[in-house]
Design a protein around this ligand. Structure first.
Ligand SMILES: [Fe+2]
Length: 306
């Protein structure tokens, strides 16, 4: 795996390298720091007097899940979050006219088995492409507070070109949205939702753990196998991730190779343009549709009305 640190490469060359399995790491820039500070302020407001890194020591998991279930959407949908993402993209050389992003997610990884399902889902080794991410999707990840090797995320680069038997053929993005996402906060201990997993033993080693500073970001392809490191640090990890696609690659169907993803549906309708937050042109999204979206639209409407 090639790891580029503070590369000055153009966005086009960077995307090409990402599609070939490289990872890019960047030092904290002004907008990334701003986004992390904003996230910290929401977290600290939500947990009041508690130390956010040690909430697991003082409140029950159910209470924590309840707090997260309003904290996380607040961050995800806040206009400030989107503005900071636009700033990050601009500072790192993306063309905002052609770069589309989805709303940033706030993730938590709690120590041991305190809370690792539903709203704080602990990610087993997976490729985002098993979950209907397009092969031109680029994932961006940054820590909100300092991370250590014992509470970060890991890459498993030896699987880049290696097929893994997995359950992605039973995953449909539109069904997932309709049936599952709205109820994430209800899954405190144990998660019954069907998620694509490896269906063979995964060799977790060798693995790469990137430890960056607050607001330091790294970028990787949606086809890269990655997982949540079991948190043995005694402290909660808070991180932000979001994804981007570039219009030229969407239209040209350029991206990483499909080694083993067989899911249906597409996340292509989720991304917003860097300039005016408009969705991708319909003709671009249509290239990725497989007719399953209409199958679940009734369910989707029903879920949205709850
Ligand atoms: Fe992921």
């Amino acid at each position: 795996m090639n790891i580029y640190v503070d590369s000055k490469m153009s966005d086009q060359s960077r995307r090409k390298a990402l599609y070939e399995g490289a990872v890019f790491s960047y030092s904290p820039g002004p907008s990334a720091i701003e986004l992390c500070r904003f996230a910290q302020s929401l977290i600290e407001e939500a947990f009041g007097a508690l130390d956010p890194l040690r909430v697991h020591e003082s409140i029950p998991a159910e209470k924590c899940a309840e707090i997260l279930s309003s904290l996380k959407p607040q961050f995800i949908h806040h206009p400030k979050s989107k503005e900071s993402i636009q700033g990050i993209l601009r500072e790192l050389g993306c063309d905002l006219e052609k770069t589309y992003f989805d709303v940033p997610r706030m993730r938590t990884a709690f120590p041991n088995d305190y809370l690792n399902s539903g709203i704080a889902y602990a990610f087993h080794p997976h490729r985002d492409t098993w979950y209907s991410a397009p092969f031109c999707q680029i994932n961006w990840w940054m820590p909100i507070y300092d991370v250590t090797p014992d509470n970060c995320m890991a890459f498993h680069p030896h699987y880049w070109n290696r097929r893994i038997k997995n359950g992605s053929d039973r995953f449909n993005y539109h069904r997932w949205n309709a049936e599952s996402r709205y109820s994430a906060a209800q899954h405190v201990k144990g998660d019954s939702r069907v998620q694509p997993r490896a269906e063979e033993e995964i060799e977790l080693e060798p693995q790469v753990r990137m430890i960056c500073n607050i607001g330091g970001a790294y970028l990787f392809s949606a086809a890269q196998l990655h997982s949540t490191v079991p948190n043995t640090s005694g402290m909660t990890r808070y991180s932000i991730d979001f994804r981007t696609v570039h219009l030229d690659d969407v239209i040209g169907r350029i991206g990483a190779s499909n080694v083993d993803s067989a899911c249906t549906g597409t996340a292509m309708g989720d991304y917003l343009r860097g300039t005016d937050l408009s969705h991708l042109p319909e003709e671009a999204v249509a290239l990725y549709r497989d007719a399953t979206e209409s199958e679940y639209s009734v369910l989707s409407d029903h879920a949205a009305s709850r």
